[in-house]
Design a protein around this ligand. Sequence first.
Ligand code: ATP
Ligand code: MG
Length: 388
Amino acid sequence: MKQFIIVHYGEIGLKKSNTDYFLKKLRKRLKMVLEKRFKRTFSIKHILRRFLIDLPEDFDRDQYIELLEKMFGIKNFKFVKVGSIDLNKLGEQIWRNLPKEEYKSFRVRVKRSMDLPYKSVEAERDLGAVMIDKGLDLPVKMKDAELEIDIEFFNDKAFLSFKKYTGPGGLSPNSQGKLISLISSGIDSPVASYMMMKRGARVVFAHFHSFPYSDTDEMEQVKDLVKILSEYQFDTKLYLIPFGKIQKVIATNLKIPGKVRTVIYRRIMLRIAEAISRKEKANGLVTGDSFGQVASQTPENMFAIHEVSHIPIFQPLIGFDKEDVVEYANKIGTFDISKLPCKDSCTMFMPRIPELRANVHDILEYEKDLPFDEWTATSLKDSEIIIF
Ligand code: ATP
Ligand code: MG
């Protein structure tokens, strides 16, 4: 029997006049990912609010699941076989294809997007009766049945499946323009980047490192994190920006009180990230800040830090508890890398007791004679760019 994958999408179907734009982006992404991975062409048709992807005779389900589970915009997907719209014939086809596993309950679920001489509930009842007649010795359970015999009628055919896989949701990849994500080796910023990609942003990564004042562990960790995140978009770019020299100048400047260093480092990172955003034609920055989590994240300090930026700073984790971020990081697969111990660039030149309520006027005074334009230009020139 000919097999297909049916993909259902979520929020992008609610976009009214913009739906076509999002569907085009999702279809393009599906086609590119599948064709690159399996080295063959795929026909992907959009029929009545779902995508229908043709499958080759021989295919490995797990390989497809792995790709589709990482495709933003997808609500769920399933592997389907084509059956008859004649319920007797269809019952026979379902029976022949029933999975061999042991189940405790079953139900038939029918969805109709075409004219048929029977209603969906009637088809569910009839097909359920056929299964019992043929010897399926299981109770029917309308909610949370273990075996769900799923039929969609459209395009003059029945499409049958026995298992539905959940997609990651969100908006179509690359549908919302570019953002520069400030990524550390910590737990938060990789999750924040994921969140913005899920909302359709194309993310370019920027990491500030202290090498040669530190070893390369942190940089390697960041590369591993970006590699995981790069599976959600094409041509992922990571800027590795040397930051140690700048930190050293700040840390040894006697006019700058030790406790405001962190705020000043962050302000410099934002200046450089903004310059990268101009170069990349991006529309904003992303950070993994969470309100009140660490010293740099008090409202006063966040104000003092953000004051320097002329473009929006998106902080998708702002209201998250750490536990929730960890749960996400585990789900994405970044947690095991983020939790590895390493000296991060900020702790290197960090004050022992950080300021909790920085004052912008004081900060501007401390920053008065610092050569920011020169630092920004040198940082861009000396950055290493890695493409994943
Ligand atoms: P994370 O777990 O993402 O490191 P955090 O809770 O440790 O976050 P901070 O260290 O205060 O918080 O950093 C706040 C945000 O600043 C980070 O989420 C990240 O977006 C950015 N950031 C911090 N250090 C760096 C760095 N070395 N390079 C790039 N961005 C950084
Ligand atoms: Mg950190």
